[in-house]
Design a protein around this ligand. Structure first.
Ligand SMILES: Nc1ncnc2c1ncn2[C@@H]1O[C@H](COP(=O)(O)OP(=O)(O)O)[C@@H](O)[C@H]1O
Ligand SMILES: [Mg+2]
Length: 311
């Protein structure tokens, strides 16, 4: 099967900055493909190049069989985009916003109203169709934008940080809609996020940092790659505890964040539990967990997602 999106050696160079540094990847039909990375990683730049909103400096992009550099209109007709910032007209009603989009995408007049109802049903906004967007909550606006992105039956839906700025409950709710879409309509989805839990929902995740893809696989495989368990502990004297850890565990993989020591071990087996018992510094907090995608990012970059880099 042909991939829906194929990207080869894609770069974007601004005056002083290589925002995207020659990345390559493919997206399969029907999958949720996630781009995970901190602010400034190059996620939006990449998405905008694939969507033909931004000219690439070099590289090839094929999407739905069209060349994004040469067949911009064909690409645009075949995709839906939900941008990072709100692009609805607040003074218009939900229906008017969607109608505009129908005209823009040349949905035949006779089909417009039915199609609008159809997409509003997907995001539970049928009752609000005549209300002005300025009266909507943040979550409702996002849902309306998703509805708009679906109006012209796109094969691929792009979502750039779809839930940024929403409260956790609204985020979870919005995700239900997105997953429903994947199931019902079989749409391929390409999303960017810096939220770990959102990346977890993806079928495959590309972890991006400083314009490069540093890892790409399904979330489980990415975490399995790290293996083992992570022990988080706080002690009455972390400095001394660290010394002791290095003394007793050869090649210990340790890092300290805030007042917590993170210790990566092959497994939280008998050795480590007995070690903790014999630690001479009293432990004030202890937690054993499996690696997360943040740990994967940490392993590759030495920092956490969302943690600014040391200058
Ligand atoms: N128009 C522009 N001119 C110069 N630099 C830009 C421009 N747009 C983005 N950048 C820079 O490119 C890098 C990647 O940005 P972006 O793709 O928006 O990252 P992300 O979406 O992952 O947060 C950042 O360092 C950003 O400052
Ligand atoms: Mg962005």
């Amino acid at each position: 099967m042909e991939p829906v999106i194929a990207v080869r050696n894609l770069t974007k160079t601004y005056k002083k900055l290589d925002a995207v540094k020659g990345i390559s990847f493919e997206v399969e039909e029907g999958e949720i493909f996630g781009f995970l990375g901190p602010n400034g990683a190059g996620k939006s730049t990449t998405i905008n190049m694939i969507c033909t909103m931004l000219q690439a400096t070099s590289g090839d992009i094929t999407i739905n069989g069209f060349d994004a550099n040469k067949q911009k209109n064909r690409v645009r007709e075949s995709i839906g985009i939900i941008f990072q910032e709100n692009t609805l007209d607040e003074k218009l009603t939900a229906n008017e916003n969607l109608m505009l989009h129908c005209r823009f995408y040349k949905v035949p007049k006779s089909k417009r109203q039915a199609r609008i109802t159809e997409v509003l049903e997907i995001v539970d906004l049928v009752e609000k169709r005549k209300d002005r967007v300025e009266t909507f909550s943040g979550g409702m606006k996002r849902r309306l934008e998703i509805a708009r992105g679906l109006l012209h039956y796109p094969k691929v839906l792009f979502l750039d940080e779809p839930t940024v700025g929403l409260d956790p409950q609204t985020r979870a709710h919005l995700w239900e809609y997105i997953l429903k879409l994947k199931e019902k309509e079989g749409i391929t989805m390409f999303l960017t996020t810096h939220y770990l839990d959102e990346a977890e929902i993806s079928d495959r995740v590309a972890i991006m940092d400083k314009g490069e893809i540093i890892a790409l696989d399904n979330p489980t495989a990415l975490k399995d790659q790290l293996g083992g368990d992570i022990i988080e502990l706080s002690t009455e004297d972390n400095e001394k505890a660290l010394e002791e850890i290095h003394e007793k565990i050869e090649g210990a993989e340790v890092s300290v964040k805030d007042d917590t020591i993170h210790l990566k071990v092959a497994s939280s087996d008998a050795f480590i539990s007995s070690f903790i018992k014999t630690l001479n510094i009293p432990i004030t907090k202890l937690n054993i967990r499996k690696p997360t995608l943040n740990d994967v990012f940490l392993a590759f970059t030495g920092r956490q997602i969302g943690e600014p880099e040391d200058e």
